[in-house]
Design a protein around this ligand. Structure first.
Ligand SMILES: NC(=O)c1ccc[n+]([C@@H]2O[C@H](COP(=O)([O-])OP(=O)(O)OC[C@H]3O[C@@H](n4cnc5c(N)ncnc54)[C@H](O)[C@@H]3O)[C@@H](O)[C@H]2O)c1
Length: 311
């Protein structure tokens, strides 16, 4: 198994570490010459400044794309056309029409295409998912997410909805096990070029809702969610991986083993390539998250709810 990585920036360095630890990293590519050289030398693998050169000269089975969102479509298209299995960091694409084409291209070439919705591999999400499935605390009615952290103003090519809220959009769809039929959002800009705070309401069947609150303004790093079920509220922390189940009389703290979500995510991708498991994040699901993000942005601009009919 040989996996190449494109993009060795702020987040990419974590992929490089895990791919190397798993013994599958064969090459890195970054348009920044100093960066690709640094990582190539550090991990003793071939390094390239150009993707075309890497595809021409390197033999590999699959690739992980960890470049800015605006570059995902072009890079993933080249890789799929070269018959490589592809893991694209979130969001799959900026534009949903491009995501649709990417999915079709992957289907046509019988290529595994998956996307980095990493919270599905967070043990707290996994635990809450199993509680919801078994109805351990009754029926899931509402979800509320908070993702807050001050961000440097210059860093991103997209606003907070496409960069940050998408994690919670995907987690909400995953926990409800369905797609929302309506999106209403408000978003604004305080310190950045694009929107840097957003409140998004997703409506699911039977009036079930997810409320997603994200900001790049406040200084404390917060990543939490509450799952309101008919018999308890389950409060989870994505960072500490702690869960509290709040019922009338007592608060239960189920033990949860700490695990690195990125390691589990990459192992899932490798397992899918080897035919041992399905990729957990399907291209249609990742495409739907982009469509919901698009609708949230549009809703915040127009001030109206956007109704959706997603597959
Ligand atoms: N799953 C997560 O928790 C998580 C966290 C952070 C970022 N991300 C995602 O990872 C991706 C990268 O984010 P980042 O914060 O690492 O960005 P970054 O800007 O820090 O790094 C991107 C790297 O890609 C390189 N690059 C840009 N265009 C390229 C091209 N055409 N070919 C080769 N290299 C190219 C840049 O030189 C840079 O080194 C984004 O899609 C982002 O949404 C995911």
């Amino acid at each position: 198994m040989k996996i190449a990585q494109i993009g060795t920036g702020g987040w990419g360095k974590n992929h490089t570490r895990v791919l190397s630890q798993l013994g599958v990293l064969c090459a890195v590519c970054d348009s920044d010459q100093a960066r690709c050289k640094e990582y190539g030398e550090q991990y003793s693998v071939n390094y390239y400044q150009s993707l075309d050169e890497m595809i021409k000269n390197e033999e590999f089975d699959a690739a992980i794309v960890v470049t800015p969102t605006s570059t995902h479509t072009k890079i993933a298209t080249k890789l799929i056309e070269a018959k490589k299995h592809v893991f694209v960091e979130k969001p799959l694409t900026y534009d949903s029409a491009e995501g649709e084409k990417l999915k079709e291209l992957a289907d046509k070439n019988k290529i595994i295409l998956t996307c980095g919705y990493i919270e599905r591999f967070n043990p707290v999400v996994d635990t809450v998912k199993s509680y919801v499935k078994d109805q351990k605390y009754g029926q899931l009615v509402m979800l509320e997410f908070h993702r807050e952290n001050r961000m440097p103003p210059h860093l991103k090519d997209v606003g907070i909805i496409y960069d940050t809220s998408v994690h919670d959009i995907d987690t909400a769809n995953w926990l409800f096990d369905e797609m929302p039929n309506v999106v209403f959002a408000r978003a604004g800009t305080i310190n950045h070029q694009y929107e840097d705070f957003a409140s998004i309401m997703l409506g699911y069947n039977d009036n079930k809702t997810a409320i997603i609150s994200s900001n790049w303004i406040t200084p404390k790093r917060v990543r939490t969610f509450s799952a309101v079920c008919t018999d308890a509220v389950i409060v989870s922390d994505f960072i500490s991986q702690e869960i509290k189940v709040e019922r009338k009389e007592e608060t239960e703290i189920p033990r949860n083993e700490q695990k690195e979500p990125l390691l589990l995510e990459i192992q899932n991708f490798i397992g899918a390539i080897e035919g041992k498991n399905e990729p957990l994040v399907k291209p249609q699901e990742a495409l739907n998250v982009t469509k919901i993000a698009e609708a949230a942005l549009l809703s915040s601009q127009k001030g109206v709810p956007i109704y959706l009919d997603l597959k």
